[in-house]
Design a protein around this ligand. Structure first.
Ligand code: NAD
Ligand code: MG
Length: 376
């Protein structure tokens, strides 16, 4: 690695974005923040700019609180992601809005440290092709995928038999199925082990997040769906397992903090000294337990995995329907149980649309959202 490396953070005001800036504030010798973008939080963006002095600042929603020197509009994401003074792009935007910047950065040969998993779910084949063609590199920020990458440690995929992705189970892990259906917004926003943005917190409660992660793993590691399993692990200490062809299993463990996978995405395959998170204490973190997924209570997981296997536009439809349904649940327009019903309805109606081009996927995304709005 040549140092310092220029870093762009897309979505710098969010949960992952602010976590990344905390890590980067400790690692100024190796990395320089050169570009920041946010959706609408101008005051926080201004404070981040004062601390990190980026050469480019973008705010999607122009407002009176924006600085005159900032770029505005949705185009600022691609502009930030493709700058000559940026080598690594941390994509911490939530949802399909992060798509074009991921593609543009990979085409421009950048490393993309990807938190924005929706990008890979919507257009996995296009994203991996963009990396191949442009010489860019895709490195996961998602803790489970960071764990898998660390366990594989450069060994050929032919030596990997199976991935076992861990799931916390969310706040409703022990609730009976009928009670889960009618869960309130406030309950769904109380994640037991991780503090995250609202959308992914709801995804963790429905287990739609785990479906997104299975599809993400399929594309990142090029492994068929029938060799990816999910297990519930309420403590979120084992971040995932890799089983090798000889039967040996490796796991990556750590305290549940996104600072570790963010730092590893910046330095992979190297490791650099850092002491931002509390030391690992196996006794304090014990016991570690595992349970099977309750598919009856959390049907979104099965719907998402089936959409991944179906291919074409189905994963994009799953993702868009989920995004729309989560927004409607948060707005009080539909029930918790309706989220999975709306996703299922959209997949039945438009899951077979074409998905070969970005235009087709964007159209499928729009159809799925329209279908979910009609559902309500
Ligand atoms: P968040 O809501 O806290 O932050 C989202 C960020 O994206 C904000 O900075 C916001 O300004 C920006 N943004 C939102 N809509 C935008 C748009 N239309 N255009 C441009 N920018 C926009 O979300 P988060 O929890 O930080 O999650 C970000 C991504 O990381 C998601 O894809 C999520 O699934 C993934 N992720 C998050 C965590 C976590 O711990 N929070 C862990 C793993 C993966
Ligand atoms: Mg995750």
């Amino acid at each position: 690695m040549t140092h310092p490396r220029g870093v762009a953070i897309l979505g710098s005001t969010g949960s992952v974005g602010t976590t990344a800036l905390r890590v980067l504030a400790r690692q100024r010798a190796g990395f320089q923040v050169r570009a920041l973008t946010a959706f609408s939080n101008a005051p926080l963006l201004r404070a981040q700019t004062a601390e990190h002095s980026p050469t480019f600042v973008g705010l999607v929603q122009a407002s009176a609180a924006a600085d005159a020197s900032w770029s505005t509009g949705a185009e600022c994401l691609v502009a930030a992601a493709t700058r000559d003074d940026v080598q690594t792009v941390i994509n911490a935007v939530v949802g399909a809005a992060g798509m074009r910047a991921t593609l543009a950065a990979l085409h421009a040969g950048k490393r993309v440290a990807l938190a924005n998993k929706e990008t890979l779910v919507m257009a996995g084949a296009l994203v991996t092709a963009a990396a191949r063609e442009g010489g860019g590199e895709l490195v996961p920020v998602d803790s489970e995928h960071s764990a898998i990458l660390q366990c594989i440690a450069g060994r050929p995929m032919g030596e990997v038999r199976r991935l076992i992705i861990t799931a916390s189970g969310g706040p409703f892990r022990t609730w009976d199925t009928a009670r889960v259906q009618a869960a309130a917004v406030g309950d769904a926003l109380k994640h037991p082990t991780w503090s995250m943005g609202r959308k992914i917190t709801i995804d963790s409660a429905t287990l739609a997040n785990k479906a997104l992660e299975v599809i993400e793993a399929h594309h990142l590691f090029g492994i068929p769906y029938d060799r990816i399993d999910v297990v519930v692990h309420p403590q979120s200490v084992v971040h995932s397992f890799v089983e090798f062809v000889d039967g040996s299993v490796l796991a990556q463990l750590g305290v549940p903090s996104m600072e570790l996978p963010v730092l590893y995405a910046l330095t992979h395959p190297d490791r650099i000294p850092d002491s931002g998170v509390p030391a690992f204490d196996p006794v304090a973190l014990s016991p570690l337990t595992y349970e099977p997924v309750r598919h009856d209570a959390f049907p979104a997981l099965g719907l998402g995995i089936a959409a991944g296997k179906r291919g074409g536009a189905a994963p994009a439809v799953f993702n868009a329907a989920n995004e729309e349904a989560v927004a409607m649940f948060l707005a009080g327009a539909i029930s918790f149980g309706d989220i999975a019903r709306a996703i299922g309805g959209a997949l039945d109606a438009v899951g077979d649309l074409a998905g070969e081009t970005l235009e087709a996927l964007v159209a499928a995304d729009a159809s799925a959202r329209a279908h979910v709005r009609e559902f309500a």
